[in-house]
Every structure is written in structure tokens, then in C-alpha cells.
Design a protein around this ligand. Structure first.
Ligand code: KIV
Length: 265
């Protein structure tokens, strides 16, 4: 079984093969997701909401992220493990380096994810010049929820769309090797995906990115939170967790999920 690396993902982008990503927070679900064929397991700070029952991702600590990343990494043999840098853990390049060091050394993460655009460029450069692989995250960035004022589609007006494209290019230039686009119009996501050399993973960003990610508990329909309209309950379709994971993997690979109705205009 060969390991999924950034080289694997770059090859998939070049060949037009969809990259299947799913969140995981513990060993049992991580193993099932890997067995179903998920390429990238994201230990997302969404764990604050779906596992801890918090109102937002803001209370999640570096310790929480290290703990859950280690639980996932311990049992995975093939999937790439991406771990979120939580709120207030990457305020300066040095703080970000300390956090990423813990996530990789203690947690076993293969790459770290940082929310934010232009203000994060210097931090991304600092990390990538020191052998820390980085995934950027643009669009709806849940750690900024108090500034955004709600979980809304981003990048709808021309100015915001232009800024998002510029940010994506600047983050790639700074060394980011992967990009997550969350809750933006499908046409904008397609444009960014076409402009970037690095793989782009969408969530609520329509069908034309290089891959998709969902929050595990949303695609099983078991979250304590409101399940977003761009998600789909694969457990309701299939009746068992392994079958739901397999259905998600093949729906993404075959380009059936997300469909147009899971995106925004
Ligand atoms: O924390 C998370 O699960 C995420 C995804 C929603 C992309 O960042």
C-alpha cells in the first residue's frame, strides 16, 4: 500500500483525478475512512463543534489538535494527515512554527492547515522555508466567524473575488502546497483551481475543484450542529458507516458529488 504524499496529490491534479478528503478525529473512524479509500484525512478544528459541542471552532487548543491528530495518525498507513492550526496558534511566524512543530512531531501530521489570506503569507513562507508543508484555507474561514458575522458565502462581489484570487496566488508563491476553498461561488472556485498549480480542495465550492472535503459527522448526518446545505447524508443513502464512506469516496472520484445543487452562485 503506497503512502499518499503531496507528490501523489500533484499527480492526481495533473491527471484530473479527484482528491477525496474527509475530516477524522479518532482512530476508529480514521481507519474506516482510510479503508474506504480516502486520500487525505483532515483533523479539522471543526472537532470543537462536532466532538466537543462548542458553538464555534475558537475554543479549540493546540493540545486538543495534537491529541486528536495523534489518535488519527496512530492507525493510518496510507492516507495523508492534514492538521488544522487552531485559532490564536499562528499569530506570528514563530508561534506558527512552534504550533506546527507540535502537530508534526507529537501529532504525526504530514501537513498543517492555516486559515487566512494576505496576512498569512509571511507565516506560510516562514514555515515552508523550514520544511513544514502548508495547506492554505480561503473563503469562509471559521476562525474569523466573529468578524464575518455568520457562516455566509464569501467572494460574491467582484472586489472580494479579486482579492481571493490574489491571496491564493500569493500563498502558493509563499510555498503553500495545497489550498482549501470553503463556501465560495462555484465559478470563482473553478477559476482559482484553473489558475493554481497546487491542488485545490473544495467544500461548498462546487464541482470544479481538484478534490472535495466534508466534515465526517455532516456526511453521516449525525452532527449536533446544523448540517450545511452543501453537505449530503451518505449514511441515510446506505445504512452503514463503511458503506456511507465508500459511497462518498466513489461519488467524489466519479465527479457525482458535489453536484451543482451543492454549490453557490
Ligand atoms: O475544520 C475543518 O473541518 C475544516 C473543513 C471544514 C475544511 O477546516
Amino acid at each position: 500500500m503506497s503512502k499518499t504524499t503531496i507528490t501523489t496529490l500533484n499527480g492526481m491534479k495533473q491527471r484530473g483525478e479527484k482528491i477525496v478528503t474527509l475530516t477524522a478525529y479518532d482512530a476508529s473512524f480514521a481507519r474506516l475512512a482510510e479503508q474506504a479509500g480516502v486520500d487525505v484525512l483532515l483533523v479539522g478544528d471543526s472537532l470543537g463543534m462536532v466532538v466537543q459541542g462548542q458553538e464555534s471552532t475558537l475554543p479549540v487548543t493546540v493540545g486538543d489538535m495534537v491529541y486528536h491528530t495523534a489518535n488519527v495518525a496512530r492507525v493510518c498507513e496510507r492516507a495523508m494527515i492534514l492538521a488544522d492550526m487552531p485559532f490564536m496558534s499562528h499569530g506570528t511566524p514563530q508561534q506558527a512554527l512552534d504550533t506546527a512543530g507540535r502537530l508534526m512531531k507529537e501529532g504525526g501530521a504530514h501537513m498543517v492547515k492555516i486559515e487566512g489570506g494576505a496576512p498569512q503569507v509571511e507565516t506560510v513562507r516562514h514555515l515552508t522555508e523550514r520544511a513544514v508543508p502548508v495547506c492554505a484555507h480561503l473563503g469562509l474561514t471559521p476562525q474569523s466567524i466573529r468578524q464575518l458575522g455568520g457562516y455566509r458565502v464569501q467572494g460574491r462581489d467582484a472586489q472580494a473575488a479579486t482579492r481571493l484570487i490574489e491571496d491564493a496566488l500569493a500563498l502558493q508563491q509563499a510555498g503553500a502546497q495545497l489550498l482549501v476553498l470553503e463556501c465560495i461561488p462555484s465559478t470563482l472556485a473553478a477559476e482559482v483551481t484553473g489558475k493554481l498549480d497546487i491542488p485545490v480542495i473544495g467544500i461548498g465550492a462546487g464541482p470544479d475543484t481538484d478534490g472535495q472535503v466534508l466534515v465526517l459527522y455532516d456526511m453521516l448526518g449525525i452532527s449536533v450542529n446544523r448540517i450545511p446545505g452543501f453537505a449530503h447524508d451518505f449514511l441515510a443513502d446506505t445504512g452503514s458507516v463503511p458503506a456511507a464512506l465508500a459511497a462518498y469516496v466513489s461519488a467524489v472520484r466519479e465527479g457525482c458529488f458535489p453536484a451543482a445543487e451543492h454549490g453557490f452562485s
